[in-house]
Design a protein around this ligand. Structure first.
Ligand code: ASP
Length: 438
């Protein structure tokens, strides 16, 4: 019998009818044995996520403002789900306890974690699975990072006792015994930790889209779905702005070689996207897997004759960034020029200060600052060792009159990044997409 770990996102558990879909999915396959629920998400575009409302309750208490109305909205959502599912589970004592805890100064992490906790109780009851509180098996260290070793051994030891269990997502216990959450969207991480702990054959991540698309559908109309992607490709695309899965959720399963299947609760028959080991053989060369990009970068270019012969020039420049708490994204160089590409969110209002320091310490012949750059990554393991891929990208951009301001190809050859004017961003993504799919 194989083991499947299935995580369901907030929209998959937003109301009773979504719970019914989840129940049907789990019951359709007895291998789906460890289930990780998020808190109820939005039912409509205008609706609120339970997690946001719980944070709001805590913030009210912190400001000394009554939070009864907000808490009633939360209670009613859960009570309605229980009632519509026809369960006999009595959530009221739990709700009362949570309300008291928040009223008496519980932390934001504790408040937020209750969204998953309550959904876990409901789902365990609906399925007839054991409820396992992640506070007992997921641990953070003194620095606030996940204590991977302790967590993995506890998760394995605990879950091996139960053939079927529900483990709420998003939280664990810190080094002082208090509830601590992951960053937002962190139930994905819980799912990955559980998958690794029980040595799952697959980690299913159920959401409201049928996996990844080759490009952002807000930019490219009806982009093709991605059937299979490696962890490394996903990391490149996620870093460049493609989101579906929490970035940190990849590491535990990647190390253990467990594939992730992104699936759609509202279309369970769709195969979704399979995220596989980096060594997965390439079946088709000359293809790309996806395109993603981000706007709002600034390029600082420093020019100095004989820079190539000056020892320590790059180090001096980068130390200035480091001393100002700025991380950079890329560093294209020429013989006498060196550029650094920096996200505007990093630069904030430090530009003048940095320029002054560069002038003083690096004594360049010239410094040029060019804002409004967007970066676009074309990613695919099918690109590696295939001649003509870069030419295809540049021809597509050139044919559309788009000027390329920067080029960077990672040494793994699975990623070509181009920098274009922000105003050309969408047009450039479409041009590249069409060149490879048309
Ligand atoms: N409920 C949490 C959030 O909204 C965690 C999650 O859904 O993964 O961020």
């Amino acid at each position: 019998m194989s083991i499947k770990v299935a995580k369901f996102g907030g929209s998959s558990l937003a109301n009773a009818s979504q719970f019914r879909k989840v129940e049907a999915i789990i019951k359709a396959d007895p291998d789906r044995r460890y289930i990780i629920p998020s808190a109820p998400g939005k039912r409509t575009a205008e609706d609120h996520k339970i997690t946001d409302l719980l944070y709001l309750c805590q913030a009210h208490v912190e400001q000394g403002i009554p939070f009864d109305d907000v808490f009633t909205i939360i209670s009613n959502r859960y009570l309605e789900i229980v009632k519509e599912l026809g369960l006999t589970l009595d959530l009221q004592p739990y709700l009362n306890q949570i309300k008291t805890d928040i009223a008496t100064g519980a932390s934001p992490d504790y408040a937020a974690s209750r969204g998953e906790f309550l959904n876990g109780l409901i789902l365990a009851d609906l399925l007839g699975f054991t409820f396992v509180d992640p506070a007992d098996i997921i641990f953070f260290d003194k620095t606030g990072l996940l204590d991977m070793e302790k967590t993995q051994s506890k998760v394995s030891a605990c879950l091996n006792q139960y053939p079927y269990a529900v483990i709420p997502g998003f939280y664990g216990t810190d080094s002082e015994g208090q509830i601590k959450t992951f960053s937002r969207g962190g139930s994905d991480i819980t799912g990955a930790i559980v998958a690794r702990g029980v040595n799952a054959d697959i980690y299913e991540n159920w959401t409201d889209v049928s996996g990844f698309l080759m490009a952002d559908p807000r930019i490219v109309p009806n982009p093709k779905p991605i059937e299979k992607i490696t962890y490394r490709e996903l990391r490149e695309l996620a870093y460049m702005g493609a989101t579906v899965l929490h970035e940190e959720s990849i590491f535990p399963v990647r190390q253990a070689g467990i594939p992730i299947n992104i699936k759609n609760t509202n279309a369970p028959e769709h195969p979704g996207t399979l995220i596989v080991h980096d060594a997965d053989p390439v079946t088709q060369t000359g293809t790309i897997t996806g395109i993603a990009g981000r706007k709002d970068f600034t390029v600082i270019t420093v020019e100095k004759s004989l820079m190539n012969a000056e020892l320590g020039f790059g180090r001096k420049l980068l130390s200035i960034l480091e001393a100002n708490g700025i991380s950079f994204e890329h560093m294209p160089t020429g013989i006498d020029t060196l550029s650094v590409v920096i996200a505007d969110s990093q630069l904030k209002n430090k530009t003048e200060k940095i320029l002054d320091e560069i002038k003083q310490q690096c004594k360049p012949d010239a410094i040029e600052i060019s804002p409004n750059m967007a970066l676009i990554a074309t990613v695919g393991r099918g690109m590696a060792f295939t001649p003509g891929i870069a030419a295809k990208i540049f021809k597509a951009l050139g044919d559309d009159g788009i000027n390329v301001r920067m080029i960077d190809q990672g040494s793994s050859e699975i990623n070509i990044i181009v920098g274009v004017e922000t105003a050309d961003f969408e047009k450039a993504v479409r041009a590249i997409y069409n060149a490879f799919t048309g």
